[in-house]
Design a protein around this ligand. Structure first.
Ligand SMILES: Nc1ncnc2c1ncn2[C@@H]1O[C@H](COP(=O)(O)OP(=O)(O)O)[C@@H](O)[C@H]1O
Ligand SMILES: [Mg+2]
Length: 225
């Protein structure tokens, strides 16, 4: 049996503020199969971004354990987490955050440069992804010369460059209109399924959850059963 892409067990996350605490996740347990796409739906402030950040090794959990693709990252050092992120996960954020002075192709290649694997194979992979995502003819455009939907496609390509086991999409369609949002979700599903890659897709929009295999709801840091 293939390892699950994610096993979160009883994760608690408390943000310590100067004079208060915020419990952003409480006893959150979630397993995502090796090629499963899970929609994570909940109101603003319910802990969705926190969950993605912990699953992707950006933030540490206060309590509980996190295993990604069979690798337990719960007690990793910052350095170990950096290596983990470069090799195992991909991120696509709402606010796209492409590097503004790099063109579309260079925005894909920057992942490999950070991971110190430059070269012909990476360039081929970038070109193949741009082609699959339907933006090969935009490879030399800067982000400012792309539409919102095209920028999000570049961000998806970038998240797939390191052949991740788990891709975390944090509200990938919230800046797009309904039709574009549907197109981007369809693309996300096709890309994930053709690779057998797992994903968590955070959304407010119940209309796009049918592109996912399963929906998990979150309220005040608590996941539904
Ligand atoms: N860095 C932080 N410091 C303190 N509180 C935070 C921080 N990030 C998020 N929070 C709080 O944690 C809760 C969950 O936030 P978040 O995970 O961003 O929710 P969502 O993505 O569902 O909107 C909210 O109450 C938010 O205000
Ligand atoms: Mg959020």
């Amino acid at each position: 049996m293939t390892q699950p892409a994610l096993q979160m067990d009883a994760v608690r996350k408390v943000y310590e503020m100067a004079d208060s605490q915020v419990v952003a996740l409480d006893h959150a347990s979630l397993t995502v199969g090796s090629d499963e796409i899970v929609a994570l739906v909940g109101p603003s402030g319910s802990g969705k971004t926190t969950l993605c950040s912990i699953a992707g090794g950006i933030l540490g959990a206060t309590e509980g354990s996190v295993i990604v693709g069979g690798e337990e990252i719960t007690r990793y050092s910052d350095k170990q987490l950096t290596t983990f992120r470069q090799n195992k996960v991909g991120f696509v954020f709402q606010s796209v955050n492409l590097v503004p002075f790099l063109n579309a192709r260079e925005n894909l290649l920057v992942v490999d440069e950070l991971g110190k694997r430059t070269g012909a194979a990476a360039r081929q992979r970038a070109d193949r992804l741009l082609d699959e995502l339907g933006i090969a003819d935009r490879a030399k455009n800067l982000p400012s010369q792309l539409s919102g939907g095209q920028r999000q496609r570049v961000a998806i390509g970038r998240a797939l460059m390191n052949e991740p086991q788990l891709v975390l999409f944090d509200e990938p369609t919230s800046a797009l209109d309904t039709e574009l949002g549907q197109q981007v979700m369809e693309l996300i599903r096709t890309e994930m399924k053709s690779r057998g890659t797992a994903a968590i897709v955070v959304t407010h929009d119940e209309r796009i959850t049918h592109f996912c295999d399963r929906t998990v709801h979150i309220t005040d840091g608590v996941l539904d059963a």
